[in-house]
Design a protein around this ligand. Structure first.
Ligand code: CAA
Length: 240
């Protein structure tokens, strides 16, 4: 039986690329999304991937969704916590709502979905979890105290949970993408983005395929000795 993979925020951007890469590896992939029905339907039609709409920041919604996915598709053995948002502003202008939204969606969702799939992974003695962090969680970024904190938090979360899962065949790793050509990055003002690209040694934005490849590598059954690590793919922008 093909292993079931859940990719949060899997219908667009990096998440959609991850779904395609995991499908190419023979996984049964389901993608979650929070809001954009049109994009999700187009993605489902293109890939044949099942899509589930729920807010990954909402524990009760995740609980209901995990139950439904496991009943309809099978036990989740591979989890990719990719769902993420930005609410960029300097601290002076950042509101408490902007802070909460980013922490709850980017970091809270990792707790929710790991918590809800953890017992099953432990019982089956197999699991692959990849948390999609960011270069900005490693290096910090002007205008992103919320996002940088959430993405750095995901790395600490990864290192702690990796220790808890190690004896039971569960690996927990993070991928830290740099600036990738997605809607999220294209939302940055063009003059600001131009300055950011000028600081990337490779000289361009990354592609979703270049990130998906890292996730496929870390979720392979054979990647059983790699846990608690953060794999950077950022064109040389930050060498941790
Ligand atoms: N370092 C130091 N100073 C900086 C700076 C930096 N990196 N960037 C801007 N400043 C300065 C500006 O020069 C300006 O100074 P002056 O007033 O003296 O000219 C001051 O700070 C205010 O800057 P802005 O005009 O940019 O302020 P703003 O309020 O209009 O915009 C912002 C703030 C929205 C945060 C904008 O700076 C911005 O978009 N920054 C980029 C944020 C970013 O990289 N987001 C990534 C999103 S994609 C993503 O996150 C995916 C991923 O994982 C990589």
């Amino acid at each position: 039986m093909a292993r079931v993979a859940l990719v949060t925020g899997g219908t667009r951007g990096i998440g959609a690329g991850i779904c395609k890469a995991l499908m190419a590896q023979g996984r049964t992939v389901v993608a979650s999304y929070a809001g954009n029905d049109a994009a999700a339907q187009a993605f489902a039609a293109e890939t044949g991937c099942k899509v589930y709409k729920f807010d990954a920041a909402d524990f009760a919604a995740c609980e209901e969704a995990v139950k439904r996915i496991e009943a309809e598709v099978g036990p989740i053995e591979i989890l990719v916590n990719n769902a993420g948002i930005t609410r960029d502003a300097t601290l002076r202008r950042m509101t408490r709502e902007m802070w909460d939204a980013v922490i709850n969606t980017n970091l809270g969702s990792c707790f929710n979905l790991c918590k809800l799939t953890w017992d099953g992974m432990n019982a089956r003695k197999f699991g692959r979890i990849v948390n999609i962090s960011s270069v900005n969680g490693l290096a910090g970024q002007f205008g992103q105290v919320n996002y940088s904190a959430a993405k750095a938090g995901m790395i600490g979360f990864t290192k702690a949970l990796a220790q808890e899962g190690a004896r039971n065949g569960i690996t927990v790793n993070a991928v830290a993408p740099g600036y990738i050509d997605t809607d999220m990055v294209r939302a940055v003002a063009p003059d600001v983005l131009e300055k950011i690209i000028a600081r990337i040694p490779v000289g361009r934005l990354g592609t979703v395929e270049e990130i998906a490849r890292c996730v496929a590598f870390l979720t392979a059954d054979e990647a059983s000795f790699i846990t608690g690590t953060t794999l950077s793919a950022n064109g040389g922008q930050y060498m941790a």
